[in-house]
Design a protein around this ligand. Structure first.
Ligand SMILES: *Cc1c(COP(=O)(O)O)cnc(C)c1O
Length: 506
């Protein structure tokens, strides 16, 4: 292990190296609650419940005092790597820092304590926030209408494809196929398939982008839409997008854009102006709301004018100086999420947009693209770079140059953990063998990027001189290299106290 790796990994090696399960902390009679007297009469209440509905055995929940619970979870929380503990360059996932001001507004009592069934006249502030957020997203992306309902990017895709299906059906024929390029995100074919479409994969060209000829060849009057990720999963802008839109429209097909990576276009170019008909946003990526283990997502969908009648209901509309929920939408695909979507996430994204303003959003995009290209320039002489075109928000390397030393992308990713970095996305996109997909985001400083580049170069040196050490990485974590498939092949889903060997078979 290099000295450097040791120095940068504080926080990963604490004093506590094992943590028992809550069941193991349990002692009979311990409790962390005190209830008001009225609940003392619960035994009286239970007398009025028919015997066959009462529990015979105890629920066997762990019995714990409050400090034990708090310490257990606090210790576990320090084992994790998050955007608040260090750089998290997970390509396509946009793990950018989430500004704390977003949390403050989301916790305002008027928002946080608002019941979804509060009458419209008493929830005007929340409705206004939703209407304005939808307007901002429409303005940023160039679409005519936006729904805020979907709970994630993938659900936004599904919602978008359902609207496309409803649009074609309304014209008399739902059509049968959706075209998906090989550089698309994995959720794209999944969403199309779930909506009842046959997925046709089309190959990208030698530069990693889609060529109009490939679309021309594949499109016929049974194609409902092409689903394209732009910029694609190689971090490249689909330069032929407007021409591709024309080819599809000439055949009556629509163009869906996976807009999860809008952080590379926001403030600079608008998907709606490129001929795109439907696109989902990932508020939890581009608009800085927590995701991964950190919170629920939100995947609003923007649509062109002709698709507005099919938006999920209800839609928030302005009526003079008042706001209301419009359910009277006969062509709507219906509801896709309970109530109106993940409202607290909308408050955070709204705050982010208002905080940055138009100039700030554009600056965020410029910095995200600059940072990705900085990493690329810092590493292109060391790591294999399969596609040479200039990157947008992320850059994809491969492990081809390490093959002769028996070192793989997985080894590099695991060693990065010892250097204090979360690994990048690996083995995706599939069009690159052993891909290492790095998305630094705009919230990392030049110093952090330099440290990351240094770590990657140190790992490359180690691969050449000491590959065995790399195979054993990570070495500074609580748990070393895991068998990646055991949990799937031999899952242990219950904890059995009687079998406990002290080694933990959980
Ligand atoms: C993250 C991502 C998705 C999926 O979004 P979820 O919110 O995780 O469902 C889809 N497409 C692309 C390109 C993405 O980066």
């Amino acid at each position: 292990m290099s000295e450097q790796g040791k120095k940068t990994s504080a926080g990963l090696s604490g004093l506590i190296r094992t943590e028992p399960l809550l069941w193991e902390h349990s002692r009979p009679g311990r409790q962390a609650y005190s209830l008001p007297k009225a609940f003392g009469e619960i035994h009286e209440v239970s007398k009025s419940i028919p015997g066959h509905l009462l529990r015979i055995e105890s629920a066997q929940l762990p019995e714990l005092d409050e400090p034990t619970v708090i310490r257990h979870f606090t210790r576990l929380s320090t084992w994790n790597h998050g955007v608040d503990s260090g750089m998290y360059p997970l390509g396509s996932c946009t793990m950018k820092y989430n500004p704390r001001i977003n949390e403050r507004t989301a916790r305002l009592e008027g928002f946080a304590a608002l019941h979804p069934y509060v009458p419209e006249e008493l929830s005007q502030g929340a409705l206004r926030l939703m209407a304005e957020l939808a307007d901002y997203l429409a303005e940023i992306s160039g679409f005519a209408g936006v729904t805020l309902q979907p709970a994630a990017g993938a659900q936004g895709e599904l919602t978008g494809i359902k609207m496309i299906r409803a649009f074609h059906k309304d014209k008399g024929d739902a059509r049968k196929k959706v075209l998906v390029p090989d550089t698309a995100h994995g959720t794209n074919p999944a969403s199309s398939h779930l909506s009842g479409y046959k997925v046709i994969e089309i190959p990208s060209g030698p530069d990693g982008i889609l060529e109009p000829e490939a679309v021309e060849e594949a499109v016929d009057d049974q194609v409902a839409a092409l689903m394209v990720t732009n910029p694609n999963t190689l971090g490249l802008f689909e330069q032929n997008i407007a021409k591709i839109a024309d080819i599809l429209h000439a055949k009556g097909a629509l163009l869906y854009c996976d807009g999860a990576n809008l952080n590379s276009l926001m403030g600079i170019a608008r998907p709606g102006d490129m001929g795109i008909d439907v696109m989902q946003f990932n508020l939890h990526k581009t608009f800085s709301t927590p995701h991964g283990g950190g919170g629920p997502g939100s995947g609003p969908v923007g649509v062109a004018e002709q698709l507005k009648p099919f938006l999920p209901s209800p839609v928030v509309v302005a009526d003079g100086d008042k706001y209301r929920l419009d359910y009277d939408r006969p062509k709507s695909i219906g509801k896709v999420k309970a109530f109106y979507g993940n409202f607290a996430i909308m408050v955070r994204a709204y705050t982010y947009i208002r905080e940055l303003g138009a100039a700030g959003l554009k600056r965020a995009t410029e910095m995200a693209v600059l940072n990705a290209n900085y990493v690329r320039a810092g590493l292109e002489d060391t790591y294999d770079l399969p596609y040479k075109a200039r990157s947008l928000h992320e850059v994809v390397f491969s492990d081809k140059h390490l093959e002769e030393f028996g070192v793989t992308t997985l080894d590099v990713a695991k060693r990065l953990i010892d250097h204090g970095f979360h690994p990048p996305t690996v083995y995706f996109p599939l069009v690159v063998h052993g891909s290492i997909m790095i998305e630094p985001t705009e919230t990392e400083s030049r110093e952090t990027l330099d440290e990351f580049i240094r770590a990657m170069k140190t790992i490359d040196q180690e691969a050449r001189t000491n590959p065995e050490e790399l195979h054993a990485a990570p070495q500074l974590t609580h748990i070393g290299r895991l068998d990646e498939v055991q949990a799937a092949r031999k899952p242990v889903l219950t904890y059995r106290q009687e079998k406990d060997t002290g080694k933990g078979d959980q």
